[in-house]
Design a protein around this ligand. Sequence first.
Ligand code: 5GP
Length: 216
Amino acid sequence: MNLRAGIPFVVSAPSGTGKTTVCRAVVEGDDGIEFSVSHTTRARRPGEEDGVHYHFVDRDAFAALAKRGGFLEHAEYAGNRYGTSWTAIDEPLAAGRDLILEVEVQGARQLRDRRSDARFLFLLPPSLSELERRLRGRGTDSDEAVRARLDIVESELAAVHLFDYAIVNESIEGTIRAVREIVAAEREGVTEGVRAKWDRARVVAGLAGTLPIPSV
Ligand code: 5GP
């Protein structure tokens, strides 16, 4: 019998950093962790399935759920609404399954205040030019949507100080390994090693001006 509750791992990053690719690989390689499936009003991208990648809803349905108190957190991001419903997390956590909550930084901020059981991981792009290259190369968003995402990168980067861990996504494989190591350490409750390795202040200091991040 599994006696421990699942751990919510909150993963944030500026759009285009590669967090979805990283999180998918972590979930695919580990039976004990799954995605919390969010609600969004954004249009479905090719290949996305309702109920798997998101619950795709219109603005009225989203507002109605928000009004009923159905969201643990929600935010408006680049013209669309996103939210984590209680339904998405309560049952898996109670059953002892760990969760990845992939959220933008306003959501992470709300979760920081509301969930003392959550662990917070922030992924950083190696540079702004690399981030723009990845966003444009993805080819799934209009030029306007890409610009909307780039406009908020600086404020997103400033949020790194809210997180327990900061990882620079230099290579997808390296970042996947890092997240797996952190998940394993948090499960065991032996976190000194990973906390030192991906300490946010040290990681930010090591970036030495390559990204516009205010020091605290
Ligand atoms: P995308 O449109 O690229 O799928 O997601 C845009 C941003 O919204 C990403 O940073 C993604 O992590 C975030 N996001 C996805 N689901 C949620 C959610 O439930 N809550 C919040 N606050 N952000 C979310």
